[in-house]
Design a protein around this ligand. Structure first.
Ligand SMILES: Cc1cc2nc3c(=O)[nH]c(=O)nc-3n(C[C@H](O)[C@H](O)[C@H](O)COP(=O)(O)OP(=O)(O)OC[C@H]3O[C@@H](n4cnc5c(N)ncnc54)[C@H](O)[C@@H]3O)c2cc1C
Length: 469
């Protein structure tokens, strides 16, 4: 299909020169594995962005946000990486209707700051606020409310997409739905998201009422999560990934609802929408707790965490509830020079036994953190969530036997009709992809229409053969 059929709205200002401050930089994902070097350009205007993309070398181009994907989707060895974080303005905010139009490099953190005082919040947020809107679109991120509200993309009203051919396309549900759906979860491979219009969630306060409930076994954790999804907007379980025997799968559920003004402590009722953002602890750049994380100290920590948890209800400000890991900056460095892998899979609800088998197998590589959650609806052809159980498992990359354990886990996930989250992957085999993502060919067809020469490229795209050239 020609670009004219997409209704190009290329700006009339012509091309500016590519950002002269482009530098060759070594990049990794948040897991700090699989580094590669690319030319990184940081445009400050849409025209600079268009010019940079037009001048991309043969190795192609990919966008990068805040680098919070764990693996290699925002890297492009030997090619161009366009850093979107200077294109971060809020273009329009309708505080009556809760609609915001924002440049793709805006962080979720800055977006919350802009809309919360008017009583609006993100409809879906991942577990860190240091993600750009473009990154949230490209991974179609999910939050603790996926069972109720779906993923980020469900709340996107429209997108402005820059194709590698230089066209700026408007995508919405009535106009170019396939292109929109292929971009939501499309890992930046359909083009560069320049702007996004998002429908926000109405809130009366910046606080959450949080129920904490321990569960002594995997069966109990599962049963309590099933029940909680009917009653709570937000639900997630921390699971002790190292405990065996009768304690296998024990966990702590965190269940949240937005609090009403009348529930707030007296001091907070005056300004119920105020955001008390905690200061981040700095992790010294030399710090490495890899030995502690890998060793028995973490088993003791898990034991303590589990034993000290009492069931109860408390009010929490939004940041510690949604973003507990943001309490420390650069905590990923604690894993030392090998970095770490976050293995996140989903298996359909009927495959509950497979979930247990996977957690048991992964126990053998001593995970440092396991988070369990239930997903609701399925979305775009390359989006990760399907109705089922999802677990995100952090494992030090230096763990003995890790490669074999994850390869066998991949097989099990694929055989059960499940899939792994590509935004967090850095090592999966390409041949498993069509089994995990049965709508892959449909996605590839739309992608090829938007980028017939295969100029959108990334380390992940080459590794998983996502882009034909
Ligand atoms: C602590 C932590 C917790 C997390 N919790 C969750 C969670 O609960 N749920 C969840 O779904 N994810 C979660 N993530 C993963 C994270 O939300 C996603 O990987 C997200 O894509 C990162 O956004 P980013 O801005 O850092 O993008 P990057 O990591 O820089 O890039 C990610 C992908 O987005 C593409 N991209 C970025 N900007 C654009 C653009 N403007 N146009 C087109 N493509 C673009 C890149 O090409 C790449 O493919 C978590 C990550 C961390 C570190």
């Amino acid at each position: 299909m020609s670009s004219a059929m997409f209704g190009s709205c290329r700006p009339s200002t012509g091309f500016a020169m590519p950002d002269p401050s482009g530098t060759h930089r070594q990049l990794t994902g948040w897991g700090r594995t699989a580094p590669s070097t690319a030319l990184v350009v940081t445009p400050t205007t849409t025209d600079e962005l268009i010019a940079a993309v037009a001048a991309a070398p043969a190795r192609g181009v990919v966008a990068r946000g805040l680098g919070r994907s764990y693996g290699d989707p925002a890297q492009n060895a030997g090619g161009l990486v366009v850093d979107l974080t200077r294109l971060s303005r809020i273009r329009a905010f309708d505080s009556g209707a809760g609609l915001v139009t924002v440049q793709a490099g805006c962080s979720l953190d800055a977006l919350i700051d802009a809309v919360l005082p008017s009583g609006w919040l993100l409809p879906v947020t991942p577990g860190t606020r240091f993600v750009t809107v473009g990154g949230a679109v490209a991974a179609d991120v999910h939050g603790k409310n996926h069972h109720r509200d779906g993923a980020f993309g469900r709340h996107v009203e429209s997108l402005k997409l820059l194709t590698p051919g230089g066209d700026l396309l408007e995508l919405d549900r009535s106009n170019r739905l396939p292109e929109l759906e292929a971009t939501l979860g499309g890992l930046g491979l359909t083009g560069i998201v320049v702007e996004c219009t998002l429908r926000l969630r109405r809130v009366e306060t910046s606080w959450l009422r949080v129920d904490t409930e321990p569960a002594t076994s995997l069966d109990e954790t599962i049963a309590k999560l099933e029940a909680a999804d009917r009653g709570f907007h937000y639900s997630v379980a921390w699971v002790d990934g190292r405990a065996g025997g009768k304690a296998f799968g024990r966990g702590v559920l965190l269940l949240g609802e937005h609090a009403a003004p009348a529930e707030l402590p007296a001091g907070a009722r005056e300004s119920p929408l105020e955001r008390s953002k905690p200061r981040q602890l700095q992790v010294p750049t030399w710090a490495s707790a890899a030995r502690l994380i890998e060793g028995p100290a973490l088993n003791a920590f898990n034991e303590l965490r589990f034993r000290r948890t009492r069931p109860g209800t408390e009010l929490q400000p939004l940041d510690p509830f949604f973003y507990p890991l943001d309490a420390a900056s650069e905590w990923n460095r604690l894993y030392g020079r090998h970095g770490f892998v976050q293995y996140q899979f989903v298996v359909p609800f009927p495959a509950k036994d497979v979930l247990a088998t996977l957690l048991e197998r992964l126990r053998g590589v001593h995970p440092s953190l396991v988070v369990l959650k239930r997903f609701g609806e399925e979305a775009g052809p390359l989006a990760f969530p399907i109705p089922g159980w999802t677990a995100a498992v952090d494992i030090p990359a230096g763990a003995k036997g890790l490669a074999a354990a994850l390869d066998s886990a991949d097989e099990l996930v694929a055989s059960a009709g499940g899939r792994i989250y590509l935004a967090k992957d850095s090592r999966m085999r390409a041949d498993l992809l069509p089994r995990m993502y049965p709508r892959l060919a449909e996605w590839a067809g739309v992608r090829a229409r938007l980028d017939p020469d295969g100029r959108m490229q990334s380390d992940l795209a080459r590794r998983l053969r996502l882009v034909a050239r």
